[in-house]
Design a protein around this ligand. Structure first.
Ligand code: NAP
Length: 288
């Protein structure tokens, strides 16, 4: 057996097309397009690339994108004032503050200025709480949303499945565990203190690796036929490496999301979906 390699690039392109169609329908009567404001502070080259890619994808989908670039030596107060002003601006549907922020800035103080109704990244505690309560949320973090979309579009039965998530961060591990639970999967969350990790992982029909340790997950962690989602992205010698040892896992797994080209492209598509969802909700065209 050899795993089906899940083409996240193709799925993300399909999704962006669908979003563009919905944006076109929304604006066909002259209504303004959904708008996304992004704050990029600092000189982190990776952040600059992520933001550029988000801007391109937004513009292609017809989403209005505005970039705010406060200087790298900005204070927390200055960023708080900027984000509050964006939050109060009626023409803006979604706000994203690109992390990490420079060391002198308190990220919690800045993020707290984004209200749940403009939370394009889905990180706000209210939106996280909706997810944790098992209610549909208007928005949710993009990377786990992208993983769920890859599962759905691959036709995998989630109800009654066993899932193991390795990683318990607020942006990946915990939200995907909640999403899988809400989809009727029975979920185990593992982390650096988990005993017998490989044995636990071998119980999984769906195995999510969100660790940040290149090639850690080999065939000894994988149940034959499992759907293996590799979220990890670690730069190594100029390339991005996942948490899954593809050579070892591919002959055992049923499906495998590759790195690059698996989960990564889905994250931006989900940011656009979040922005559209916020725009529809703010205009009273969808359930809040
Ligand atoms: P994080 O906050 O560092 O969390 C890593 C998790 O892995 C933690 O819960 C940690 O356990 C666990 N862990 C570390 N070593 C382990 C081990 N030996 N055994 C079992 N668990 C272990 O990272 P993150 O933000 O969730 O991101 C995870 C990975 O996904 C990173 O490579 C990141 O770059 C990538 N990522 C990719 C995308 C994308 O768009 N593709 C988006 C976001 C993140 P403890 O809690 O016990 O420390």
């Amino acid at each position: 057996m050899s795993a089906t390699i899940v083409d996240g690039k193709a799925v993300a392109a399909e999704l962006r097309e669908e979003i563009a169609t919905q944006v076109a329908a929304l604006t066909s009567d002259g209504s303004p397009p959904p708008s996304l404001a992004v704050v990029l502070c600092g000189d982190d080259p990776a952040s600059a690339i992520y933001v550029r890619n988000k801007g391109r994808a937004a513009e292609r989908a017809g989403v209005r994108f505005t970039l705010h670039r406060p200087p790298a030596d900005s204070t927390t107060d200055a960023l708080v004032a900027l984000v509050r002003a964006l939050d109060a601006d009626e023409t803006i549907d979604g706000i994203l503050v690109q992390l990490p922020l420079p060391a002198q800035i308190d990220p919690d103080a800045v993020m707290a200025c984004i209200t749940p109704e403009k939370d394009a990244d889905g990180f706000h505690p209210y939106n996280f709480g909706r997810l944790a309560e098992g209610h549909p949320a208007v928005v949710a973090p993009g990377t786990p949303l992208g993983c769920m979309e890859l599962l759905r579009r691959s036709g995998v039965a989630l109800r009654g499945s066993r899932a193991v998530v390795i990683g318990r961060s607020a942006i990946v591990g915990r939200p995907i565990a909640l999403m899988l639970t809400n989809a009727d999967s029975t979920v185990t969350i593992c982390h650096s203190r988990t005993r017998d990790l490989a044995e636990t992982c071998r119980e999984a029909d769906i195995l999510v690796a969100a660790i940040g340790r290149p090639r850690m997950i080999d065939a000894s962690y994988v149940k034959p036929g499992a759907f293996v989602i590799d979220v990890g992205t670690t730069p190594e010698d100029g390339v991005v490496v996942g948490d899954v040892d593809r050579e070892s896992v591919e002959p055992v797994a049923g499906w495998l999301t590759p790195v690059p080209g698996g989960v990564g492209p889905m994250t931006i598509a989900m940011l656009l979906r979040n922005t559209l969802a916020l725009a529809l909700a703010r205009r009273g065209l969808a359930r809040v």
